[in-house]
Design a protein around this ligand. Structure first.
Ligand code: ATP
Length: 361
């Protein structure tokens, strides 16, 4: 099986453009997450890959073969939906064997294959149960086993964890990733949950308004967001509006240095981003980019503490690991620095996220 590719894919619903000129390759055996806020076009893109929607323009190819207009049932793609879409009147085994029996596999053989798949998803012995007798996590495993029954070339999952509670979701993310790696199956997962994408994916495609904002490994996306939008959507970030001046950035009257002089003309509006863990608390006054701050709130999360600060740069949140010696309290004054390496710089305006806002976790 060779790589799945999209070339100039577009989807219009009347006047509205849901997906706008997307060109992507999905490398063999990798898990790619399509990540973005509600309405950014993730599901529409996945449905075009699955053959459940026809693009307005562009092509879908597998191994160079154009499959844009091949209907879903003729593609060897397995799909798991948000709702699982299991047959409640059938047993677990018959749900998994369903596609095989429809395709003409003998009943006994289909049942044996279903049992093997149930072993694979750790549901050994559940074959005779009805769907209604399963927990959410078990239903999801059945849906995965069913999608894998026909040995799909590509495995597509649309928000596969959204019906599960938070703890089970994390467990299933790890399990699904291990299963995908063991099978080496090319997989695409749609999610709006950045932790889910970071946990499972080889590569994350961040989407916004029907377009690709950035494609990269989880590490690239987290540490080197291509845009302010990505910086705000993945992880948490302090945003500061500034103005470029002779290679440095002026924010609230403070001149901040970058690792290299800023490539923006003096006077241009820029946006600076710093992750909470990038801020150094207790910095010496002589340190580059050091300022004073006043603690306004402390959020103790166990292994880390979030320290909310009022500074000349605006309100900032710094992350302090619990083993750091000085325990800060509301009202404390502290020196902090924003090391140049921890700063990321983007063109200013239009500012899409409120300054100093912390993206939702
Ligand atoms: P969510 O996470 O909320 O499911 P999404 O990123 O998957 O969002 P899509 O479901 O792909 O987004 O929708 C993208 C845009 O296309 C939205 O503005 C949506 O309202 C629109 N859209 C999707 N399906 C249709 C349709 N069948 N008819 C008209 N508009 C549609």
């Amino acid at each position: 099986m060779s790589a799945l590719s999209l070339h100039g894919i577009r989807k219009d619903y009347g006047e509205a453009r849901a997906v706008d000129d997307i060109t992507l390759d999905f490398p063999d055996g990798q898990l790619t997450a399509l990540l973005g806020p509600s309405g950014c076009g993730k599901t529409t893109l996945l449905r075009m890959i699955a053959g459940l929607e026809v693009p307005t323009a562009g092509t879908v190819t597998v191994g160079g073969r154009d499959i844009t207009r091949v209907p879903a049932h003729k593609r060897k793609f397995g799909m798991v939906f948000q709702s699982f879409a299991l047959f409640p009147h059938l047993t677990v085994r018959d749900n998994v064997a369903y596609a095989l029996t429809i395709a003409g596999t003998a009943r006994g053989e289909a049942a044996a294959r279903a049992d093997t798949l149930l072993d694979l998803v750790q549901l050994t012995g559940f074959g005779d149960r009805r769907i209604g007798q399963l927990s959410g996590g078990q239903k999801q495993r059945v849906a995965i086993a069913r999608a894998l029954a026909q040995e799909p070339e590509v495995f597509l999952l649309d928000e596969p964890m959204s019906a599960l509670d938070a703890k089970l979701r994390e467990e299933m993310q790890v399990e699904l990733r291990l299963l995908q790696q063991r099978l080496g199956i090319t997989t695409i997962v749609v999610t709006h949950d950045q932790r889910e994408a970071m946990t499972m994916a080889d590569r994350i495609i961040v989407m916004s308004k029907g377009r690709v904002e950035q494609a990269g490994t989880p590490q690239e996306i987290y540490h080197w967001p291509a845009t302010g939008f990505v910086a705000g959507f993945i992880g948490r970030a302090n945003f500061m509006d500034g103005v470029a001046q002779d290679g440095r950035i002026m924010v609230g009257g403070v001149a901040l240095s970058l690792p290299r002089p800023a490539q923006f003309l003096t006077g241009s509006a820029v946006q600076l981003v710093c992750r909470p863990e990038g801020i150094r608390l207790g910095a010496g006054l002589a340190e580059v980019n050091s300022i004073e701050g006043r603690v306004t709130f402390v959020r103790d999360l166990g292994p880390v503490r979030d320290i909310y600060l009022e500074t000349r740069l605006g309100r900032l949140v710094a992350e302090q690991s619990a083993d750091q010696s000085r325990v800060l309290a509301v009202g404390d004054r502290v020196h902090l620095s924003l090391p140049p390496d921890a700063l990321r710089l983007y063109p200013g305006l239009p500012v899409t996220l409120p300054a100093t806002a912390l993206a939702a976790e």
